[in-house]
Write a protein that binds this ligand. Structure first.
Ligand code: GLN
Length: 304
């Protein structure tokens, strides 16, 4: 299939500067990014690469990192992990506190903030230096050492992190956080501050399209069943209270972040990452969703 032609055609159809949406402002550092940025990178299982626009510019991947930390925790704990977090869609915003009260401090899933904070707690208990391990993990998936935290973004979020602090304290009261609140938050804010390009994200996400194996090196990172489960969680929980809409319109397991990125996979076929910082009211990239909808429609390649 002529993927490059299709991507160019999509890029001609959409107009980033005219697309509605707001750049995230609650983390002041993110508000500085131009809303007109747009990049896409598609990486196929036959090793083909196709891209357009700002696909080689680094941006804050934010909640997309929750898939990486989940993968690390699954490797460490396997089945026991599911006692600390559920795997049901939340139907609530990413930073909601409400369900935690009546579900005794067990987050709905690991891809909302509450769940990702528990995953950070798990990593702190299991590893000496989880921050360094995360960098090493993502660098290995991408095949590049040029992956870093953006300390300015991490600090900016820490300064305005009252809500995430509330989530950690609340879950601590149910004994579902075992480490110090400040350590959990520090690790969490750093994971969100990872800076990557669309190309790097598509390369990293290839393991979820390739049964847990790094395409370039053949190294098995996750087992087949672990990969299946992470993809299932992305499909049902990757877009907060818009997971149904994403499945309906795009039809791929994926994950969004408030930096405007979305990474998604079609297992057995391809991984893809898009970046457009203007968000819709559910905090997902408005243009990113539209572009992926056009991609799966024009190629006929979605999981449904
Ligand atoms: N760092 C952001 C937060 O915790 C991540 C949210 C997101 O990308 N949806 O608020």
């Amino acid at each position: 299939m002529e993927y490059q032609k299709i991507i160019d055609e999509i890029a001609r159809e959409i107009k980033p500067e005219k697309f509605p949406g707001e750049v995230a402002e609650y983390i002041p550092e993110l508000a500085k990014v131009s809303g007109d940025k747009f990049g896409i990178h598609m990486h196929c299982i036959d090793k083909g690469h196709y891209c357009h626009g700002d696909s080689n510019e680094k941006f804050s991947i934010q909640s997309i990192a929750k898939v990486f930390t989940l993968s690390m925790a699954v490797r460490q704990m396997d089945e026991d992990l599911w006692e600390r977090t559920d795997v049901e869609p939340s139907g609530d915003p990413f930073n909601s506190l409400t369900q935690l009260e009546y579900e005794s401090g067990i987050p709905r899933n690991p891809l909302i903030n509450a769940g990702a904070l528990v995953i950070c707690d798990v990593l702190l208990s299991q590893m000496k230096n989880p921050r360094a391990e995360l960098l090493q993990f993502v660098r290995k998936l991408v095949g590049s050492d040029d992956i870093h935290f953006d300390e300015t973004v991490a600090k900016s979020e820490a300064k305005h992190g009252a809500r995430n602090a509330a989530l950690v304290s609340f879950m601590k009261s149910f004994d579902n956080i075992h480490n110090k609140t400040e350590d959990v938050l520090d690790l969490y804010f750093h994971t969100c501050s990872l800076s990557m390009t669309c190309k790097e994200l598509a390369q990293a996400f290839m393991i979820y399209a390739n049964r847990g194996v790094i395409l370039e090196t053949g190294e098995q990172i996750l087992s087949g069943i672990q990969t299946k489960r992470i993809n299932a969680i992305m499909q049902t929980c990757g877009f907060y209270d818009e997971a149904g809409e994403f499945a309906f319109r795009v039809g791929l397991p994926g994950k969004s972040g408030v930096g405007g990125g979305i990474a998604a996979v079609h297992p057995g076929y391809y991984s893809v990452a898009v970046w457009s910082p203007k968000l819709n009211p559910k905090s997902n990239s408005a243009l990113g969703m539209r572009v992926l909808e056009l991609l799966t429609t024009k190629t006929g390649l979605s999981v449904f």
